[in-house]
Design a binder for this molecule. Structure first.
Ligand code: KIV
Length: 426
């Protein structure tokens, strides 16, 4: 079903909005800066958003949903800056430039704002949505089915008329929508020019087997679906967002919407690191599916998002939690010493965490000459060779931070600090 025998390239294929040349390639659509920022208290400044967007690009995400431009002039400005910079200059090792996407409700004002913000990117996308479940149409929109279909069709066509050739449409609350009505809405927006149809489980209500069937049914029953990309957007209200996303990919979705650390409305979204590493770790069972993510940048992205949003990662969080690679019990430690695979299914190095780097290496405000050498050698381990005046300046700034924050820094924190200093200086 997932087409293992047809997998060929194993490297990022050319970007065509409504088609992926390799059937096994899965696009990663990151919405940390939009749905993620909707987490209570997670507001980021425009500058922080730009730094996060650079990191997402370095990570290799295919599409960055940079914000909801109609929501405020600040958000429009932030999305525009990301489109201008991150949407034009490659920073990832494979030299790719991500699509920059802006969210819009199905009305002209929102779509105008989204297009105005993203059109500066090399690959701009507008993502428009309207609810299709009875409960949302009746109580929130107060519109009939016919009105909803008409609005969806007209607004996709409107985005096209502005010159946007990459349009994503989401039937909000698809997980609880009537199936035949859902197929109908999707058929109409595909005819109007949508290139990706995203299937949100807006309230995180479905179970993995149901979500898999939902995607498979859409694939089998929607005319024209073969001409577009099917996407998933799974909220985590029942703690099933990652499982549902993987089930969707298994059934044929080739764009997965995720956020770093799984942040987002209420209980959050499917987390980028869990989805990407699960696909990598269980690639064979998933039919050979692969992504363009350079997993070595995951830890940095996680720390950056945690620091900027103030949403700290629980210690036992899969992949990026502080305990994800810690082995406490004697039996486990003994096993680990004999063979790492006894208790580890992924290697910390694969996500940018160096076991040796973490062991007891601490630099703080009391470090002086040896601290300078230690900082130099730490940065060298991460590939940054700095000397002379540059080293003096960096060390001075490092001590200032250590003094102010009154804490000592492990290697990973130093790396994060250094990357942020470098990015903020640009
Ligand atoms: O949860 C949701 O339905 C959304 C859509 C806008 C994709 O965030």
């Amino acid at each position: 079903r997932s087409g293992a025998s047809r997998c060929s390239l194993q490297s990022r294929p050319e970007y065509i909005p409504n088609h992926i040349p390799d059937p096994c390639y899965v696009r990663i659509f990151d919405t940390t800066l939009r749905d993620g920022e909707q987490s209570p208290g997670a507001t980021m400044t425009s500058k922080e958003k730009l730094v996060v967007a650079r990191q997402l690009s370095r990570l290799g995400v295919d599409i960055i949903e940079a914000g909801f431009p109609a929501s405020s002039p600040d958000d429009l400005d932030a999305v525009r800056s990301i489109a201008m910079e991150v949407g034009n200059q490659p920073v990832s090792e494979d030299g790719h430039i991500p699509v920059i996407c802006g969210l819009a409700r199905c009305n002209k004002k929102d779509i105008d704002a989204a297009w105005e913000a993203v059109r500066h990117a090399k690959k701009p996308r507008v993502h428009t949505f309207i609810a299709t479940s009875e409960i949302h149409m009746q109580h929130k929109l107060r519109k009939t089915r016919e009105e909803v279909v008409r609005i969806a069709r007209e607004m996709v066509a409107y985005a096209r008329s502005l010159g946007c050739q990459d349009i994503e449409f989401s039937p909000e609350d698809a997980g609880r929508s009537d199936r035949d009505f859902l197929y109908h809405v999707l058929e109409e927006v595909i005819k109007a020019g949508a290139t990706t149809v995203n299937i949100p489980d807006t309230v995180g209500y479905t179970l993995p087997s149901e979500f898999e069937k939902l995607i498979a049914d859409i694939k089998a029953n929607t005319h024209g679906i073969e001409n577009v990309i099917i996407s998933t957007h799974c909220q985590n209200d029942l703690g099933l967002a990652t499982a549902n996303t993987l089930a969707g990919a298994y059934a044929g979705a080739r764009q997965l919407e995720v956020t770093v650390n799984g942040i987002g409305e209420r209980a959050g979204n499917a987390s980028l690191e869990e989805v990407v590493i699960a696909l990598k770790c269980r690639q064979e069972l998933m039919g050979g599916l692969y992504t363009g993510i350079n997993t070595k940048h995951i830890v940095m992205a996680s720390k950056m998002v945690a620091e900027y949003t103030g949403l700290h990662v629980q210690p036992h969080k899969a992949i990026v939690g502080a305990n994800a690679f810690a082995h406490e019990s004697g039996i486990h430690q003994d096993g680990m010493l004999k063979h790492k695979n006894t208790y580890e299914i992924i290697s910390p190095e694969d996500i940018g965490l160096s076991r040796s780097n973490e062991s007891g290496i601490v630099l703080g405000k009391l470090s002086s000459v040896s601290g300078r050498h230690a900082l130099k050698s730490k940065l060298l381990e991460f590939g940054y060779d700095i000397n002379g005046k540059e080293l003096e300046d960096v060390f001075k700034r490092f001590k200032e931070v250590a003094e102010k924050k009154k804490f000592t820094k492990t290697s990973q924190q130093i790396l994060f600090w250094w990357q942020r200093v470098s990015d903020e200086d640009i």
